[in-house]
Design a protein around this ligand. Sequence first.
Ligand SMILES: [Zn+2]
Length: 162
Amino acid sequence: MDKGKFGRLDRLVKEKRHDPYQSKEKFPEPTVCTSCGCVYSGGRWVWTEEKPEKANKALCPACRRIKEKMPAGVINLSGRFLKSHGDEILNLIKNEEKAEKAEHPLERLMEIRQDGDSIQVLVTGIHLAKRIGEAIRRSYQGEYSLEYGDGEKSVRIEWHRD
Ligand SMILES: [Zn+2]
């Protein structure tokens, strides 16, 4: 029996259970996020106008990722094409976020880093990452690749066009 192997498996299972960013993590209902104000109700995080009176308070998984600088998705854009179309692409990214976030509060832009011929976009959810990547590929073609990490809990997208 390979004890080492099982030790590692135990650790993985434990880590999975304690993943603080799991969007499936259960909270008492209702819980209000102390940072963005979204509400955990009916087993998911939603935007709502009515704030429940006696609510549990916590940071939602998206705000926790932002605070701890732990993106779920990283999109690396590179190439000379960004010089002429950078602003347009940034607008596209922001519009995609707006649409995604309206329905799914945990899918948000975290940070956009620009540096010469490259743009790095950090997001709090893999769905938003894929949505942005697909939108850029659809609008601007280019070379595109997508790689999952962490048992599909994170995603890295590379896009390049000269
Ligand atoms: Zn929040």
